[in-house]
Design a protein around this ligand. Structure first.
Ligand code: BGC
Length: 782
């Protein structure tokens, strides 16, 4: 196993974000300072007026067929489906009928196609090659949900950049990522691909990905175009069932679902992908409100919009088009520039222009968007890839170091109770004699480390533990499969556990239980794993449960009965060493939840930044069924608590932290002043607190700032994250933490459909998570 040398030294650059810093960097481009900072950025490059002349020079020569060709994309590799699996891509490219291909990962094949485009096709327009580079190309980083759990945009940016370097070396210049969908429902499998439930954190992660993939210039070596997806509301699928319908009010869209997309746009993302879902009865892939009004008119986005896979074709089963021609027309005039795989633009757009159902000037605009991205990427000047050099770009020591550091920072310690010796079970003592590792995810490195199996320097948890302690101190029993298992396997594991000093149980989901088309109605451990867990815990041995999953799992029994539980998500290629170092305390867990962890599936959708009801339960004890009218007629379940198992922002550590009270520099601010400076880079309020490491080892704390506004024209959430900072504290050390809040931190989407600050009662918390702390109080006056 290759243990990257730099991995031992965790990254020292810390995520520090307050609303002022973040929103100024990501959202507010109106100030002189920000505009100046953008000159070398991909956003400036895409909007560079010098590109217009080159774009127009090409456009002027194009026939309608060639124009439509730029708007057509096929998958020329696996998987296949509607509109794919054609055998005539080369001929089509030669005729200028294809603008983009994806799922081609062989650089020789990419060059072959590109030579046809550049040499045989009349106008020599390069093909844009795309791929879902989601958490790495070959060096696999933790899944995005895990990366977000680091609360460290700088490491996310590094991971995205490393992925871009590998992918671009293979000729892939466009990733369909980041997925910036807000995910409030753990049943939805694609929660794994995003940054969780919060728009502020989600925006910070969106910006980090865009910067990482796109670098300082799109045409620089190692940069690829990013794609903010799935625009918009896809994560609000009803009942958490993938592809399902969504109903989201404009208010909720503006305050929760749109901000990460807007942040990506302001960071210069080159493309957007329109989503599958029907949004308020109008499919997101034929939705002029979101695609034209918001994205093009309000945000002035000039890059390219691609549909999701066959989303144009899906307008027919969605009920807004009776035939392919109508689907193509509705998607196109709705604002989708490029048709991913359905072939309906190829089949119908020319006729639709001929019959004046689609205006030619809109075709020209869409082609401009595509050509703009191709020019900005430098593809016209450097269309080919160095085939011989490609493999050398993979698995660099730097990338592996980022993968390990990211994994180590992503683990969330959910519980660490005392073992039989009266001490917390974790970290394990260096002299532990007999570790028994049990579970289907301990040895099969393809699960914790992701696909493709057998490639790259990956090792399993058991291998790493064995390397550290010696084979005589580590034994492994499968116990069960992930989905199945035999009584013999289980009996052997339980017998093995009897001899252990400590048992490490590696349980969870298969990788394909999260991601696309992986919604679950049951969020427990699949197969026989719960039985295995209980049997092993009943041996009375100290047990550490490591959960591998793409979402929180509802495991109330485990959280009562298993002393130590670590959420490892899917940690990527360096999962084995990262986990081993964490178990032994070389690394103190610092990951924090980016989604509320449910107690029961029935609580979903569950998110901390919810509105209050007219009947909040207040002090009523929700652990008991209602015993009288007062306890019953409140917003509650009669058989479950309202609170999550673990709140958004939560994560334990091998040390402990205490918070001093939150203080603010003013208790009165004026809405009029806030609104005057809404987009200015000024500080409207500062909030401060002391944070102390009260334990006996150094640790990192993610200090979070939340606000609540009451008395506004539209109801605001019980808490909203507006800043976070990661600090490192030595044992016993206290640090003073200060946040600067910009005017925009207090703006809401009001009853006049505008962002503005309003008179309100204001609470400000500096706290370790979304459920604790005592707020400082202030007032926003008219
Ligand atoms: C997914 C997208 C992905 C696309 C291309 C779709 O099924 O929803 O997220 O980018 O396929 O692979």
């Amino acid at each position: 196993m290759l243990r990257p040398p730099a991995a031992a030294a965790p990254f020292r650059r810390r995520g520090t974000l307050s609303y002022l810093h973040f929103m100024c960097a990501a959202i507010l481009c109106a100030t002189t300072i920000f505009v100046a900072a953008q000159i070398a950025s991909p956003k400036a490059q895409i909007n560079d007026p010098a590109l217009d002349a080159r774009i127009d020079a090409v456009l002027r020569q194009m026939t309608l067929e060639e124009k439509v060709g730029q708007l057509v994309q096929y998958s020329a590799g696996q998987p296949t489906g509607p509109g794919t699996g054609r055998s005539d891509y080369e001929e089509m490219i030669g005729r200028g009928q294809i603008g983009s291909l994806f799922n081609v990962v062989d650089p020789h094949q990419i060059n072959t196609y590109q030579h046809i485009a550049m040499e045989k096709a009349r106008l020599h327009i390069p093909i844009l090659f795309g791929l879902d580079v989601i958490h790495g190309f070959r060096t696999e980083f933790p899944i995005p949900l895990a990366l977000a759990s680091t609360w460290d945009p700088s490491i996310v940016e590094k991971a995205a950049h490393a992925a871009a370097q590998e992918a671009s070396a293979f000729g892939i210049r466009w990733t369909f990522h980041p997925m910036v969908d807000i995910a409030r429902d753990a049943r939805w499998g694609r929660m794994a691909e995003g940054a969780g439930e919060d728009p502020f954190l989600g925006s910070a992660m969106a910006v980090a990905y865009v910067h990482g993939y796109q670098g300082s210039r799109l045409d620089a070596p190692g940069s690829i175009a990013a794609c903010a997806k799935h625009y918009v509301g896809y994560g609000a699928a009803e009942a958490g069932r993938d592809y399902n319908t969504t109903e989201i009010s404009e208010h909720t869209l503006r305050e929760y679902y749109l901000p990460p997309f807007h942040a990506a746009e302001q960071a210069g993302v080159a493309s957007f992908m329109s989503a599958f879902n029907s949004l308020n009865s109008v499919p997101a892939s034929a939705n002029p409100f979101t695609l034209k009004q918001v994205l093009r008119k309000e945000w002035r986005f000039t890059g390219l919009v691609v549909s999701d896979w066959n989303a144009v074709g899906e307008l027919i089963p969605q009920g807004v088009a009776a035939d392919g021609a109508t689907a193509a027309r509705k998607a196109f005039v709705g604002g989708v520039d490029m048709d991913m795989v359905s072939s309906l633009y190829h089949d119908h757009l020319q006729n639709l222009v001929g019959s004046r159902q689609v205006p030619m000037n809109e075709i020209d605009d869409a082609v401009r968007h595509v050509l703009r991205v191709k020019f900005a990427l430098g593809l016209f000047d450097h269309p080919f890839v160095d085939e011989a050099a490609a493999p050398k770009a993979l698995y660099s020591p730097e990338s592996l170091a980022v993968a390990q550091a990211a994994a180590e920072r992503s683990f969330v310690l959910l519980r660490n109770a005392n073992g039989p010796d009266g001490k917390p079970v974790l970290p394990l003592s260096a002299g532990v004699q007999n570790i028994v590792v049990i579970g289907p995810l301990a040895e099969d490195s393809s699960y914790p480390n992701g696909v493709p199996e057998g490639t790259g320097p990956r090792t399993s948890l058991t291998t790493e533990l064995t390397k550290r302690l010696g084979a005589e101190h580590v034994s492994h029993f499968k116990g069960s499969g992930i989905l199945d298992g035999t009584s013999e396997e289980m009996a052997a594991a339980v017998a093995g556990a009897q001899k252990a000093d400590v048992v490490i149980l590696a349980l969870g989901e298969t990788q394909d239980m999260s991601g696309e088309a992986a919604s679950r109605a049951h969020l427990g451990l699949p197969g026989k794993q719960q039985e295995l867990l209980e049997s092993v815990v009943h041996t009375g041995k100290p047990v550490v449960l490591i959960l591998f999953s793409g979402r929180p799992l509802t495991l109330p029994w485990a959280f009562e009965n298993v002393p130590a539980v670590l959420a490892a998500w899917f940690p990527g290629i360096a999962g084995g060493p990262a986990l081993t170092r964490t178990l032994f305390g070389d690394v103190n867990p610092s990951g924090r939840l980016v989604v509320s962890w449910p107690r029961s599936v029935g609580q979903e959708p569950l998110y901390y930044n919810a509105l209050n009801t007219g009947r909040p339960p207040g002090d009523i004890d929700l652990t008991k069924p209602p015993s009288d009218i007062e306890a019953r007629y409140v917003s509650r379940y009669i058989d479950e608590q309202n609170t999550p198992q673990f709140p958004f922002g939560y994560g334990a550590s091998y040390t402990t932290f205490s918070y001093g009270s939150t203080t603010i520099n003013t208790t009165k601010v004026k809405a009029a002043d806030l609104n005057k400076n809404l987009h200015a880079r000024t500080t409207a309020m500062t909030a401060e607190a002391d944070v102390k490491n009260t334990g006996s080892r150094p640790g990192e704390e993610v200090v979070q700032l939340y606000i609540r506004l009451q008395g506004t024209s539209t109801a605001q959430p019980v808490r909203a994250l507006k800043g976070f900072q990661t600090i490192t504290l030595a044992a016993g050390e206290t640090k003073h933490v200060k946040f600067e809040l910009s005017p925009e931190a207090f703006a809401i989407w009001n009853d006049h459909n505008q962002f503005a600050a309003e008179p309100a009662k204001l609470d400000v918390w500096i706290s370790p998570d979304s459920a604790h702390g005592t707020p400082a109080q202030a007032e926003i006056l008219p």
